[in-house]
Write a protein that binds this ligand. Structure first.
Ligand code: PLP
Length: 439
């Protein structure tokens, strides 16, 4: 069982929120895949540092130099956390994973119309759309459980032999929680002279990542992730990749901080990573991310991974005993995953169930397609054609309900969830009537 102190690592865990009946209940957050609450320590470090806060890279004053030193030193903390190669990789600060992937899409775009980017059928829109307007894009297929098909990966690499410049894959799905075998994928991609980007938005907060050395065939070439999904919601994200990628040409955003010299007619660009961070950097966001990483390391990624898996197992065991609950992921405990569970309730729209969980028990979940519409549509079609049709008729919005855990969630919260879900099933008509009026 989770030590009580884990819960206290985040702020807001004791906040009471209003229910539909006017009573108050302690808020239960099961929507960590969207965004996590801040670590108390990350907040505290920002507050502690605030009196010394000043401009990064710009000033000669003591505070400005200190701010610059701390900002630059954060790159090493982050590189160590994911085992990037500090002598060859650039750690570039951005605002989130979406920006990181967009940035890389611009840097890799060389105008060659033949270049192919292989994305997959299980990606978040953020690891799909940025590639579409710059490359020929194809998608590695998923199998009947919604897991990535390694056969399809090899087939696609064969099909486009010599033309695939990048394979881009999520480390962990934000819909099913499935973990992809990123090192095996790297090995295969490299055999075909393609690089690999891992979208780490859902992976980095939950399991230990090792980008591995440049000499290893299992090396992760590029990694992107977001601070707000790892207890540092202050607008910082990270893109890591070989300095070489960012050496040539102009950055996609230009302006202050990106140049060595400027005349009316000429610009000499600066060096990465600063060249890639146009404008005044988000020092507070970066310090918060660094504080969060220290905290995650202190708790231990293995402990986090084990605890979140226990939460997953405890939930799945209980959900399966509730009639009418349909799980949209495989439930083999031997298969790699993070603590995410997509499900639906027979005969009830996903958004309605989410409203009821919030209104009756103060539980926050997410419902819909989670910015992964192609994946969710495929999952639903495979497992729940009938419900999908019903949804289309009623609200034209297919989707499922998603529970996603963070390290501070506990088993008592799951008991509350199971209780209210059982009640909804027992008194379906009552709840539909009570909550349909709201919509
Ligand atoms: C797998 C995955 N990739 C990318 C993103 C985009 O992250 P952000 O909104 O922080 O840019 C998300 C967000 O949910 C995600 O789950």
């Amino acid at each position: 069982m989770i030590p009580y102190t884990y819960k206290n690592l985040v702020v807001g865990n004791d906040i009471k929120i209003p229910l539909k009946n006017g009573n108050y209940a302690v808020a239960i957050n099961m929507d960590n895949a969207a965004t996590t609450p801040p670590f108390a320590q990350a907040l505290q470090e920002i507050v502690n540092f605030a009196p010394m806060y000043s401009s990064v890279h710009r000033g000669s004053g003591y505070k400005s130099k200190l701010s610059t030193d701390l900002y630059e030193a954060s790159r090493a903390t982050i590189a160590r956390f994911v085992k990037a190669d500090q002598s060859r990789d650039a750690v570039i600060f951005v605002k989130n994973t979406t920006e990181a992937i967009n940035k890389l899409s611009y840097r890799l775009c060389d105008g060659n119309e033949k270049s192919v980017v292989l994305s997959t059928e299980m990606e978040h829109h953020s690891n799909d759309l940025p590639w579409r307007n710059k490359f020929r894009v194809d998608y590695v297929e998923i199998d009947h459980d919604g897991r990535l098909s390694m056969n399809s990966l090899v087939e696609k690499l064969e099909q486009y032999r010599g033309e695939v410049i990048l394979v881009t894959v999520t480390g962990a799905s934000n819909v099913t929680g499935y973990l992809n075998p990123i090192h095996e994928i790297a090995e295969i991609a490299h055999k075909y002279q393609a690089k690999l980007l891992v979208d780490g938005a859902q992976m980095v907060p939950h399991i230990q990542i090792d980008m591995k050395s440049f000499d290893s065939p299992q090396h992760i070439d590029y990694l992107a992730f977001s601070g707000h999904k790892m207890y540092a919601p202050f607008g910082s994200g990270v893109l890591i990749g070989p300095v070489d990628t960012f050496n040539k040409g102009a950055p996609e955003y230009t302006g202050g901080g990106t140049v060595r010299s400027v005349t009316r007619n000429e610009v000499s660009w600066g060096d990465p990573p600063q060249k890639e961070e146009a404008g005044t950097p988000n020092l507070m966001g970066v310090l918060a991310l660094q504080a969060a990483i220290k905290m995650l390391s202190m708790v231990g990624m293995q402990n986090i991974c084990r605890h979140e898996f226990d939460l997953w197992q405890y939930t799945v065991d209980r959900l399966r005993s509730i009639p009418g609950i349909v799980l949209h992921c495989d439930i083999d405990p031997g298969k790699p995953r993070i603590g995410i569970i997509p499900f639906s309730l027979d005969g009830m729209h996903h958004a309605l169930v989410a409203d009821i969980l919030s209104g009756e028990a103060g539980i926050a979940v997410r419902s819909g397609c989670f910015c992964a519409q192609p994946y969710v549509r495929k999952l639903i079609k495979l497992t729940q054609t009938q419900t999908c049709k019903k949804d289309k008729q009623s609200q034209d919005r297919p989707g499922v309900i998603r529970i996603s855990y963070g390290l501070y969630n506990d088993f008592n919260e799951i008991d509350v969830l199971i209780q209210i879900l059982s009640r909804i099933v027992e008194r379906k008509d009552y709840y539909i009537q009570r909550y349909m009026k709201l919509r």
